[in-house]
Design a protein around this ligand. Structure first.
Ligand code: NAD
Length: 260
């Protein structure tokens, strides 16, 4: 496990983190690093079934906001932002680590994907980030950072990633357009692209263990990344060290993506 360095790089920052399902979630790694570096954290959970898994993590992170958020339900995201506005009066960081596709579509070939399944995957995994940006921007009166999670399957063909490839490609493109549209307000926008990590979402992909083994064998660093590695990269992107970076996809994959 990567050690999280102590520090105050995010002291006084207010971070909304969407997409914690449990302690293995990438979003939790990000929230934990942000907190360790001094930020305050707001969290969401998908539904009542997910709540008991997220509640203890919210307590551990001293989160003043823990709200339900299913991005397929009209009004949920708006209600989260209303609560954030009421609690903090502003926001510095909003992180989106949400993806979903119906199992049949996720596990079949792209060429066979249903119109409905493709639409749901796009809505939950891509357009919800655009909606998050729309709601976050007015709260970021002194600038801020918007982050989302992508994957190498966006730009290269990764067998079994299927329809999520084009969905993540759209997400990375949305990052660039949002960076362009929000740059003059001091809002920077990035995708972070982790190497494969054993999480609940990843367990829906066929032969995911193969991807993990290949990552260990092929990545120059020779180890899998963990959720704290992703959190540290995400944290960096929110600091003044990254003040002149926006619109990019930043890989945190031990170098896996440079390999032919
Ligand atoms: P995870 O299962 O822990 O997180 C996925 C989250 O999406 C869950 O919290 C789930 O509740 C949420 N979600 C799904 N549908 C939703 C909806 N309708 N409304 C609100 N939330 C919803 O898995 P993870 O691997 O931490 O996934 C986080 C992000 O990281 C995803 O975008 C995923 O594509 C991306 N990612 C994962 C890997 C990996 O190998 N695990 C690699 C690269 C990118």
């Amino acid at each position: 496990m990567t050690q999280i360095p102590d520090g105050t790089a995010l002291a006084g920052k207010r971070a909304l983190v969407l997409g914690v399902a449990n302690e293995h979630s990438i979003a939790y790694g990000c929230a934990r690093v942000f907190r360790r570096l001094g930020a305050q954290i707001a969290l969401t959970y998908l539904d009542e079934r997910a709540k008991p898994f997220v509640e203890p993590l919210a307590r551990e992170l001293d989160a003043p906001v823990l709200a339900p958020c299913d991005v397929r339900k009209d009004g949920d995201l708006e209600a989260v932002f209303a609560q954030v506005a009421e609690t903090w009066g502003g926001l510095d960081i909003a992180l989106h680590a949400i993806a979903f596709a119906p199992a049949n579509d996720l596990q079949g070939r792209l060429v066979d994907s249903s119109r409905e399944g493709f639409g749901i995957a796009m809505d939950v995994s891509c357009h919800s980030f655009v909606r998050m940006a729309r709601l976050a921007a007015p709260l970021m009166s002194e600038g801020g950072t918007l982050l989302t999670m992508s994957y190498h399957g966006a730009s290269k063909v990764v067998p079994n990633y299927n329809l999520m490839g084009p969905v993540k490609a759209a997400l990375e493109s949305a990052v660039r357009y949002l960076a362009y549209e929000l740059g003059d307000r001091g809002i920077r926008v990035h995708a972070v692209s982790p190497g494969p990590l054993k999480t609940r979402a990843a367990s829906g992909l066929k032969d995911f263990d193969l991807l993990l083994n290949q990552a260990i064998q092929r990545a120059p660093i020779g180890e899998l990344v963990d959720i704290d590695d992703v959190g540290l990269t995400a944290a960096f992107l929110t600091t003044p060290y990254a003040a002149r970076l926006t619109g990019t996809t930043v890989y945190v994959d031990g170098g896996l993506s440079i390999m032919a």
